[in-house]
Design a binder for this molecule. Sequence first.
Ligand code: SF4
Ligand code: SF4
Length: 135
Amino acid sequence: MTNKRIVLTFPSRLVGQPITTHLVKEYDLMLNILRANVTPNEEGRMVLELSGPKKSVEEGIDYLKNLGISVEPLSRDIKWQSEKCTHCTACIPACPSGAMSVDRETWEVSFDRDRCIACELCIGVCPFNALEIQF
Ligand code: SF4
Ligand code: SF4
């Protein structure tokens, strides 16, 4: 058995296609969708954990690549250092998944790791280096 965490970036033409169902049925894989940001008519991004026999995992990844999906290993994760955050909200519009959000009453910013798709778009916009990549 092999476990592989991968990041998929797929074109809008494939959004809504039963790709994950196909992986489970045809390649006998177990899937755990860790994060997903899929919007109709836009590029989709998904972080998946694939489990199964090594050969099946490799064949499943080949299937994804042959469809035109970019497949990269999830080797990095995002860490929010709350003690450095000044709640300036600069990262909010940069975050496509809603992982960074602001409470409209208190104006406190928070980070929801489960929604983060590790796109790294927030890293460059934080003036206080409160967001960093963890290897
Ligand atoms: S890496 Fe940053 S911008 Fe991308 S989803 Fe995670 S928190 Fe949002
Ligand atoms: S940009 Fe940085 S300092 Fe500003 S709210 Fe986001 S994490 Fe906090």
